[in-house]
Design a protein around this ligand. Structure first.
Ligand code: ZN
Length: 124
């Protein structure tokens, strides 16, 4: 079961082409100021799974298994090994995931502004 979906695409404003360069620079500055703490980020998602312990006679063998336990699933498929998340850290991981989405959305918007500035040959 997926607890937290963080793959939603950032919303890039569509009016960049009609915004003055001065306003673009002001928006870029404001967005950069909003980024704030970029240390506590995790790119991926939180998933929960049941596990079978393998002990003979354990009731988990016939059922869903023990759990559910939380796991962090890194976004990069090549590094996609699930990492167990102790219950006491689930809220922390969720906060890091949310922060990652926020920072990435801000960076994506700044990048879109810079694409527009590049098109105007006003990237400095
Ligand atoms: Zn068991």
């Amino acid at each position: 079961m997926r607890l937290s979906c963080v793959m939603s695409p950032p919303k890039i404003p569509t009016d960049l082409g009609t915004t003055s360069t001065e306003d673009l620079l002001a928006r870029r500055r404001a967005l950069a100021g909003e980024i704030g703490d970029a240390q506590r980020v995790l790119a991926g998602s939180l998933v929960e799974q049941h596990r079978r312990c393998g002990r003979p006679g354990c009731s988990c063998a016939g059922g869903d298994g023990h759990g559910p336990y939380a796991y962090f699933s890194p976004r990069q498929i090549e590094k996609g090994r699930l990492r167990y998340v102790p219950a006491r850290l689930v809220a922390v991981v969720r906060r890091y995931l949310d922060r990652s989405v926020e920072v990435e959305a801000l960076l994506a918007e700044i990048s879109a502004i810079n694409v527009e500035l590049l098109a105007r040959r006003e990237l400095t």
